[in-house]
Design a protein around this ligand. Structure first.
Ligand code: ADP
Length: 244
């Protein structure tokens, strides 16, 4: 949320945003399931200019063994940005931000995954950001969820994610990088569409109570749109022609 005093026109007089979208319009989203042969499940997502790969391995033995739990399986998650994923080379070592995002994605997925069905084992989710453009944690969560389903991991629901935010005093769907930098608020939302439960909610910025409610609802609406694309990615892989 830096640089709020920059001169970018975030919303013009016709309600059109800096990248040509309407306030309730998401960026283009494309998801492909099953892209990594050596993973148990995988997915590739393009969410606007974000390009992200997710690979799922497991359930498999836990090393070191003392990390395992006799009552339940464990979920481990690593969100990592490639050095070339942003304009200035990013140090490949995990940053505080990547450690935080790995944690929130793991916690956003946990309510959906039936970990109790495979005690003593681990399911590992590896996320590689190839190109980042704002909202990468949501896009990463979307890909990870499809990759888990592709791996055949029993799940209570899909987790769908999309951010909402405040730009030029207006609540908008799916904040891009420019809006994230120059806008007033960014709220990533992760949501289980069938169970109607939120599993990720973060907020960077300041909102009134009314704006907060509208922002959460806008994020949920975005998640519902993403959910249809996640389902299509899976039906495209598992049912010829993707007919559901
Ligand atoms: P998210 O990607 O989930 O929106 P942030 O709000 O922390 O997460 O980051 C917003 C955007 O800032 C990222 O998507 C990326 O485009 C950019 N960004 C993040 N880290 C770096 C970095 N180390 N160097 C340059 N740009 C970065």
């Amino acid at each position: 949320m830096g640089g709020r005093d920059t001169e970018v026109v975030l919303l013009d007089e016709n309600g059109i945003r800096c990248d040509g979208r309407k306030i309730d319009e998401p960026r283009r989203i494309m998801i492909k399931a099953g892209v990594l042969k050596n993973a148990n499940g995988s997915a590739y997502i393009e969410f606007g200019d974000n390009k992200i790969l997710a690979g799922v391995y497991g359930p498999r033995d836990v090393h070191p063994k003392h990390m395992s739990n006799t009552d339940t399986g464990i979920l481990r998650c690593r969100y990592h940005m490639q050095p070339f994923s942003v304009t200035e080379r990013k140090n490949p070592a995990p940053s505080r931000r990547e450690i935080e995002i790995s944690k929130v994605i793991k916690e956003a997925l946990e309510p959906a995954v039936m970990l109790d069905k495979f005690p003593r084992t681990a399911v590992d989710v590896f996320i590689e950001v190839l190109q980042a453009d704002g909202g990468s944690r949501c896009a990463a969560l979307d890909a990870a969820s499809v990759a888990l389903a592709d791996a055949g991991i029993p799940m209570r629901d899909m987790v769908s994610a999309c951010a909402a935010g405040k730009v030029a005093d207006t609540i908008v769907l799916d904040v891009n990088n420019e809006e994230d930098q120059a806008g007033q608020a960014d709220m990533p939302v992760g949501y289980m569409p069938n169970l109607e439960k939120i599993t990720l909610l973060q907020l960077d910025g300041v909102l009134t109570p009314e704006e907060y409610k509208k922002c959460v609802q806008t994020g949920i609406d975005g998640c519902k749109l993403v959910y249809e694309i996640q389902k299509k990615a899976l039906t495209d892989k598992y049912f010829a022609g993707g007919n559901e």
